[in-house]
Design a protein around this ligand. Structure first.
Ligand SMILES: Cc1cc2nc3c(=O)[nH]c(=O)nc-3n(C[C@H](O)[C@H](O)[C@H](O)COP(=O)(O)OP(=O)(O)OC[C@H]3O[C@@H](n4cnc5c(N)ncnc54)[C@H](O)[C@@H]3O)c2cc1C
Length: 181
């Protein structure tokens, strides 16, 4: 069986996992990433990313890719009656934030736009296995109860033992990783 020793294993490539994978570019880590579903992600998700998320996306060098994918800036929201009279206007452009707006991007594009940054960065020691679910998970005292091994079968049928230094569980609400540690 082939064995990999990445610095970081990420389980799940939804919004969280894809963004973390993109955010780790250029930091010198080797990363192995597992995503259970076929492309593209087909689950309905929201389109709104708040000011603090925008700040993080900028810090992680992802924000420009979201604008290139069609994201739009919003400074607040207005609530109107059926006759068009203003009920309430919440504006965030006067808040002391580096990015005093939220962005709106079609939910189908959010994870894939971030994931593309990771997949297409030739200088990034990054391997995505897809569709592959993290199921065969071993934990141990040497990792303080954390993950020591995840054994997978690749789509080509090869068995691979992944022994990471650190695991980031981004495999959603019913996380298999969180259930094990
Ligand atoms: C209708 C709706 C509207 C929403 N609107 C908004 C909004 O406007 N703004 C906002 O911020 N939030 C919104 N949310 C919440 C937001 O969608 C979630 O918080 C977000 O999708 C969570 O992302 P995630 O990556 O943690 O999990 P998920 O999106 O669930 O991704 C988990 C990923 O892990 C994969 N996976 C699962 N198990 C394994 C495994 N064992 N091994 C490998 N991979 C695995 C799955 O295939 C999936 O791709 C909305 C949610 C819904 C349902």
């Amino acid at each position: 069986m082939k064995t990999l020793h990445p610095d970081i294993l990420i389980a799940g490539a939804g919004i969280a996992g894809a963004t973390v994978a993109a955010g780790l570019r250029g930091r010198g880590y080797s990363v192995v990433h597992l995503e259970a579903s076929e492309q593209p992600l087909d689950s309905a998700r929201g389109d709104h990313l708040g000011p603090r998320v925008v700040e993080t996306l900028a810090k992680w060098n992802i924000l420009d890719a979201f604008f290139a994918a069609g994201a739009e800036k919003r400074l607040g929201a207005k609530w109107l009656t059926a006759d068009g009279d203003l009920v309430m206007h919440s504006s965030i452009d006067d808040l002391p934030l580096p990015h005093p707006y939220y962005i709106v991007l079609n939910h189908d594009l959010i994870a894939i736009t971030a994931l593309d940054l990771a997949v297409k960065d030739a200088a990034y020691d990054y391997t995505l296995f897809r569709p592959v679910a993290a199921r065969d998970i071993t934990t141990g005292a040497e990792a303080h109860g954390g993950v020591t091994d995840v054994t997978i079968k690749t789509p080509e049928g090869e068995s691979v033992s992944i022994q990471p230094r650190m695991t980031i569980a981004c495999d959603g609400r019913s996380s298999k990783i969180r259930a094990r540690v």
